[in-house]
Design a protein around this ligand. Structure first.
Ligand code: AMP
Length: 278
């Protein structure tokens, strides 16, 4: 069946078929990471809807909204190749009429770690995700572990606001040398890409340890070697559900998350580590 491109609510309703629906929200510039999400959606539902929307609400004033890569025709080819039924690509003015008032607040959890570096980011992200849920009305929605705090915040929103959508998380897809795939990787020069490898190297070094202080120290040492070309924003070892820093005597899964800049490109990455006290 042909891929349907839905531009608005009416198109979406027309594209609706009987059976279960899985939504994969994206900002386009689709790569293998997005494909992995689409395959997880494909395996779980009768109809797959991929949204392609660069959401202005989740970009800060000094961030890359206007230069964010937009590759819509290539994105449609990816969706066709993956057997997607519907691409939902609304216009900014339709999603956000000028008289809008109400939005989602991400609370205290939206102001820590990634949220501390990007004020308003998680409010904007949750607002668009809830709108997409209300427009598409999926049974389930698929998100990448690559944006670990985003995934945790969406799970929190679904629980706190009783949103009737099942949330599925998918592991991070990486290049053979460890670099996590990201639409922003295309900004990197060859030299910057080499520097950026320190993120995944640091996470691997941290993941070889089992105690929080050692995890943090091992990761930090790798990141320091890459300075000053790599400018560290944060390194955090947190509870996967709350994103609060874990104490030294912690056992169970934790997320080691890093954000850093090389040149003008800001990159994030994370790994899940099973911790056990010494
Ligand atoms: P984005 O288009 O960057 O907003 O990402 C859309 C979705 O793809 C989010 O759920 C991301 O977490 C996910 N994603 C981005 N990069 C990767 C990756 N390398 N592996 C798995 N999922 C990813």
């Amino acid at each position: 069946m042909d891929l349907i491109v839905a531009r608005n609510r009416t198109d979406l309703i027309k594209a609706r078929r009987d059976g279960s629906v899985a939504l994969v929200p994206t900002m386009g510039a689709l790569h293998e990471g997005h494909r992995s999400l689409i395959r997880a959606a494909r395996a779980r539902a009768d109809q797959v809807v991929v949204s392609v929307f660069v959401n202005p609400l989740q970009f800060g004033p000094s961030e890359d909204f206007s230069r964010y890569p937009r590759t819509f025709d290539a994105d449609l080819d990816v969706c066709r190749a993956e057997g997607v039924e519907v691409v939902f690509a609304p216009a900014v003015q339709d999603m956000y009429p000028p008289d809008r008032q109400v939005s989602v607040s991400s609370g205290e959890m939206g102001r820590i770690v990634e949220g501390a570096s990007r004020p308003g980011h998680f409010d904007g992200m949750l607002t668009v995700v809830l709108k997409l849920f209300n427009l598409v009305r999926p049974d389930l929605a698929v998100f990448g572990q690559k944006d670990a705090q985003q995934l945790a915040m969406i799970r929190r929103m679904v629980a706190d606001l009783d949103v009737p959508v099942e949330i599925v998380g998918v592991p991070t897809v990486r290049e053979p040398d460890g670099l996590a795939l990201s639409s922003r990787n295309r900004y990197l020069s060859a030299a910057e890409r080499q520097v950026a490898l320190a993120l995944s190297r640091a996470l691997r070094a941290g993941a070889a340890e089992r105690v929080p202080s050692k995890v943090r120290a091992a990761a930090r040492a790798v990141l320091e070697e890459a300075a000053p070309e790599l400018e560290l924003d944060y390194l955090a070892l947190v509870d996967p559900a709350t994103f609060c820093e874990v104490p030294e005597l912690y056992s169970g899964e934790a997320v080691l998350a890093v954000a850093a800049r090389t040149g003008t490109t800001r990159l994030i990455d994370n790994v899940v580590i099973a911790l056990s006290p010494a």
